[in-house]
Design a protein around this ligand. Structure first.
Ligand code: SF4
Ligand code: SF4
Ligand code: SF4
Ligand code: FES
Length: 761
């Protein structure tokens, strides 16, 4: 939008506004209420509901404010008898075919149509004709549908198309019989539920939650998603100590993601109250024996005695300390303090899929926020698969291209779905993404890189040219395909590629909600990998203290590593591969039961807030570690309060200096950690990267085919294993014989649809 200011008058008051601003947005921004159904900020215009009417001087009829851009001297009236009469008539018209039975509608109490009818509707219904009737049904395991409540605003079809790039839901039928539906009567899509979220009526409903509570019975707690690194803000709705549903509805929360959530954030929460949660501390007094329930005091004392004895007998490095990138910053900070200040071991790490240490050590450009991505002019994505692994980033990329005209370059060994939006897709051989980085850093490497990646050198030159020609923001993203050397080079690419005046921004694509925090809090400092820890188990490392589990990939080729330890302590939510050989299991609380912070891939430090009391006897991870430290003779002094831990983080961790919980309280104004951004000499890493690239094979097959929607999102892991709907999706989302009852009935008749856990998330 232009920075030029023009003058408009609204209801007699003069304002200066940006030239080209949309009238409905300006009126709302200035505090004048304008009703609307079909208008949705940052989506293509629909202009069908005619609720947003205003009178504009010198124009003959009432105008829809969602379709008008402000011009200089415009004089607007938003409220008058004439306008109100027209709006009341529109509401009455919308209700012509809509059932008037809000008390039995699942959206009752938080329905925009219901609210609008109270505010702008007539007092009596004059239509006496028979209303259309359609039976309620399911469109997928996640999406329920009551077609007769639809007002055809088409927000759902637009978010599906523009946010998700899926076009899975469409309007069918004609005239008064138009209804929203799917192509084959069943939704074969990523099941994000965003169509449910933006639906202003009770037409599209959360099929996993409906009829469980009324919205006013829920306590709403604003928190941060605990799945991927995008850090979506969400409202946790709880009742009676149970987490009932998760929404991003902006009446409750208005964070970086607006009303967007993906399937995991929205529907992945039932693990919180799952019956399989570990209930009490458990001790296995004898190897191969049973885990026996114990009190917290017994368990902590037992662990402290054993750790102490092993450290005394075998040295401090015989004790390994491992944390999960799912833990809060507070938990990771206390764990790091435990490892370095109390135990003094060099063997500590985070169970992440890859480390970002080298990237952050050589960060030469600022981190791109999701807002930056949406408004970027050029986006380059090397490796990764944002639409499956960081879906909010995927949505921002898609909208930057579709609604903002950004140029997108995808460099990947697989044809990922985002490739359809790309102006250039560079199809490299598997494992050769680093060659592309080498060439971008120095064009003298173009032919070597092209040869190894199986591409034309001109493809590299085109990308370099595009970046060099960009005025405005360039966002450069990368996934786990890049090793430490390539990451260091990426950190400094901005000064090599971008022309003066352009802003070069970096956006890493780590997999977990707190991968960035795990780096920031020092749990990656030792450069020891989870695989190295497991390889040393029973050799140099005699005991491990693990908060959260290892990933299945860490165990590959070392399945029985944990069995070789003298002593293994695991704090977890569920029994899993890591607890299998544990001598002590301590019940940890989930993200819904604790206070804390996560740091997302924007570098935003966002609050995690307690929604329900800890389940059974579970405790926050940081509390368990602090209690153990206390038993070992070191009082960390956190006084049972997460904010005290964070206060110390705000004093001691460079990128977080000055941060306090009160500064993080407003999710509409997220606070970015101050990662050090500076020029660094990466000549050594560049040399080493070149050697790595030279060693890549000269030939090899490329991967063919296109990735399938949900191939990562629907994977069953420790958490999604607890949601039966995910099992149906992982089994191919079969269309049930009847859509009138919950699709879960299929698991009752065919137990094979409930697969076992296959991959850790
Ligand atoms: S759940 Fe998501 S992908 Fe599926 S139809 Fe709705 S908006 Fe589209
Ligand atoms: S289903 Fe909901 S969002 Fe979609 S057109 Fe109907 S009322 Fe609008
Ligand atoms: S995009 Fe990531 S952070 Fe957002 S809801 Fe999905 S998993 Fe959670
Ligand atoms: S909001 Fe303007 S026509 Fe619907």
């Amino acid at each position: 939008m232009s920075t030029e200011l023009i003058h408009v008058t609204i209801n007699g008051q003069a304002y200066e506004v940006a030239k080209g601003a949309r009238l409905i947005d300006v009126c709302r921004d200035k505090g004048f209420d304008i009703p609307s159904f079909c208008y949705y900020s940052d989506l293509a215009l629909q202009a069908s509901c005619r609720m947003c009417l205003v009178r504009i001087e010198k124009m003959p009829k009432l105008q829809t404010s969602c379709t008008i851009t402000c011009t200089d001297g415009m004089a607007v009236t938003t409220q008058s008898e004439e306008i109100e009469k027209a709006q009341r008539a529109m509401t009455e018209f919308l209700l012509a075919n809509h059932p008037l039975d809000c008390p039995v509608c699942d959206r009752g109490g938080e329905c925009e149509l219901q609210e609008m009818t109270f505010d702008w509707g007539g007092l009596e219904e004059r239509f006496t004709e028979k209303k259309n009737y359609y039976a309620e049904r399911y469109l997928s395991p996640m999406v329920a549908n009551d077609p007769q409540r639809c007002i055809l605003c088409k927000r759902c079809t637009r978010v599906c198309d523009e946010w998700m790039g899926e076009d899975a839901i469409e309007a069918g039928g004609r005239g008064a019989h138009t209804v929203i539906g799917t192509y084959m009567g069943w939704l074969d899509c990523s099941q994000c539920g965003n169509c449910i979220e933006v639906c202003p009526t009770g037409t599209l409903l959360d099929g996993t939650y409906r009829h469980q509570t009324r919205p006013w019975e829920l306590a709403q707690t604003i928190s941060t998603c605990n799945f991927c690194s995008d850090g979506c803000q969400m409202s946790l709705g709880s009742r009676g100590g149970e987490l009932k549903r998760v929404v991003a509805r902006d009446r409750y929360v208005n964070g970086i993601n607006g009303e967007f959530l993906c399937i995991k954030g929205r529907f992945g929460h039932p693990f919180v109250n799952h019956e399989d949660r570990i209930r009490t501390p458990l001790i296995r007094y004898k190897k191969g024996g049973k885990l026996i329930p114990a009190t917290w005091d017994e368990a902590i004392r037992y662990v402290a005695e054993r750790l102490d004895a092993i450290a005394n007998a075998s040295g401090r490095n015989a004790v390994g300390v491992v944390g999960s990138p799912r833990l809060t910053n507070e938990a990771l900070y206390v764990l790091h303090k435990f490892a370095t200040e109390l135990v003094g071991t060099d063997n500590y790490t985070t169970t992440d899929a890859f480390s970002l240490k080298s990237f952050f050590d050589n960060l030469g450009s600022p981190l791109a926020t999701h807002h930056d991505i949406r408004h970027a002019k050029t986006i380059v994505v090397i490796g990764g698969e944002p639409e499956e692994l960081q879906p909010f980033t995927g949505k921002q990329i898609r909208q930057a291209v579709r609604n903002g005209g950004a140029k997108l370059v995808i460099v990947n060994s697989v044809r990922i779905r985002l490739g359809e939006q790309a102006s250039q897709f560079v199809h490299v051989r598997p494992g050769s993404e680093e060659a592309f980085i080498l060439a971008l850093a120095n064009s003298a490497n173009d032919s070597l890189a092209a040869h190894k990646a199986g591409i034309d050198a001109a493809e590299i030159a085109t990308v370099r040219q595009l970046i060099g020609d960009t005025s405005g923001d360039i966002v450069f993203m990368f996934g786990g395909e890049l090793g430490a050397d390539a990451q260091a080079v990426v950190g400094q690419l901005g000064s090599i590629l971008a022309k003066e005046g352009a802003r070069f921004l970096l956006h890493p694509l780590p997999l977990f909600n707190n991968s960035v925090g795990a780096h920031d809090l020092g749990m990656m400092d030792s450069s020891t990998t989870p695989e190295q820890i497991l390889d040393s188990a029973g050799v140099d490392i005699r005991t491990l203290y693990v908060a959260g589990g290892f990933l299945p990939q860490h165990f590959e080729g070392r399945e029985d590593a944990l069995s070789k330890l003298d002593f293994l302590v695991v704090q977890e939510l569920f029994q899993n591969e890591t607890t299998k050989y544990a001598d002590v299991v301590l019940p940890a609380a989930s993200y819904a039961e604790i206070d804390g912070t996560f740091t997302n891939n924007d570098g935003f430090v966002q609050r995690v807030r307690q929604s329900i009391a800890p389940i059974h006897q579970s405790k926050a991870d940081w509390m368990i570690t602090a209690q153990l430290a206390n038993e070992l003779g070191l009082d960390f002094g956190f006084e049972m309060s997460a904010s005290t831990v964070f206060r110390e983080i705000g004093e001691k961790v460079a990128a977080y200096v000055g941060l306090r919980y009160p500064l993080l309280k407003d999710e509409t104004k997220p606070v970015q950690a101050k990662h050090n951004v500076s020029a660094s000499d990466v000549a050594t890493q560049l040399d080493s990267l070149r050697s790595r690239v030279e060693q890549l094979p000269n030939e090899g097959e490329k991967l063919h085919g296109r990735t399938k929607v949900g191939h990562e999102l629907f994977k069953i892991g420790t958490l999604t294993d607890k949601v039966p709907q995910f099992h149906l999706l992982a089994s191919g989302n079969p269309r049930p014989d009847t859509t009138r009852v919950s699709p879960l009935y299929q698991i009752t008749v065919d137990a094979s649809l409930k697969e076992g856990a296959v991959a850790g998330d």
